[in-house]
Ligand binder design. Structure first.
Ligand code: GDP
Ligand code: MG
Length: 172
């Protein structure tokens, strides 16, 4: 019997201007649009094939106004999985991710992906790849440096990878 469409709810969390919207739009449209002038959280629905199976993504692109505004408990309650995004060019966004992870109080099994965006801007790098790896080890999650500005498939793969984890947990 055919199983019903699986839904995966993914929240994109990170400091202002790290490229949360750029990553989301890249995944949704395969395109890069320079500026995303939204002032509030945005929710998108998007159907994709994951390993031949249709998946309905719901993506919450969060929109904190400052480094002091951390994601609330409603984000953790809603999401099946989270992206913790920082910019490799912005040290403060890296520490934001750590604070956000703490404030979220996630249940132990929620799949996370640590994402270091703006990997095209190596000349402005403030956070090394090794630091990202160490933090991911601490979070017990995957880690990837990407560039929403330049990459299509790598960005898509991060979204698909975390959904594989969500589906695997449901099958248990
Ligand atoms: P958000 O506040 O986290 O949603 O960040 P945005 O997606 O609005 O991006 C903030 C700024 O960073 C915009 O000017 C984007 O064009 C730029 N940006 C986003 N991703 C990248 C990237 O991978 N490389 C570079 N060089 N710039 C990026
Ligand atoms: Mg945004």
């Amino acid at each position: 019997k055919k199983s019903s469409l699986q839904e995966v709810k993914l929240a994109v969390v990170g400091a202002p201007s790290v490229g949360k919207s750029a990553l989301t739009v890249r995944f949704l449209t395969k395109r890069y649009i320079g500026e995303y002038d939204h002032q509030q959280d945005c929710k998108y629905k998007h159907e994709v094939l994951l390993d031949g199976e249709p998946i309905l993504f719901e993506i919450l692109d969060t929109c904190p106004k400052s480094l002091e505004e951390l994601p609330g408990s409603e984000v953790a309650a809603w999401a099946d999985a989270l992206f913790l995004v920082y910019s490799i060019t912005d040290r403060a966004s890296f520490t934001y991710v750590r604070r956000a992870r703490q404030s979220l109080q996630l249940p132990p099994d929620v799949p996370l992906a640590l994402v270091g965006n703006k990997a095209d801007m190596v000349h402005l790098r403030q956070v090394s790849g090794e630091e990202g790896e160490i933090l991911a080890k601490d979070f017990e999650c995957t880690f990837k440096e990407v560039a929403a500005a330049e990459q299509v498939s790598q960005v898509g793969e991060v979204f698909l990878e975390v959904s594989r984890e969500v589906l695997a947990l449901r099958r248990r």
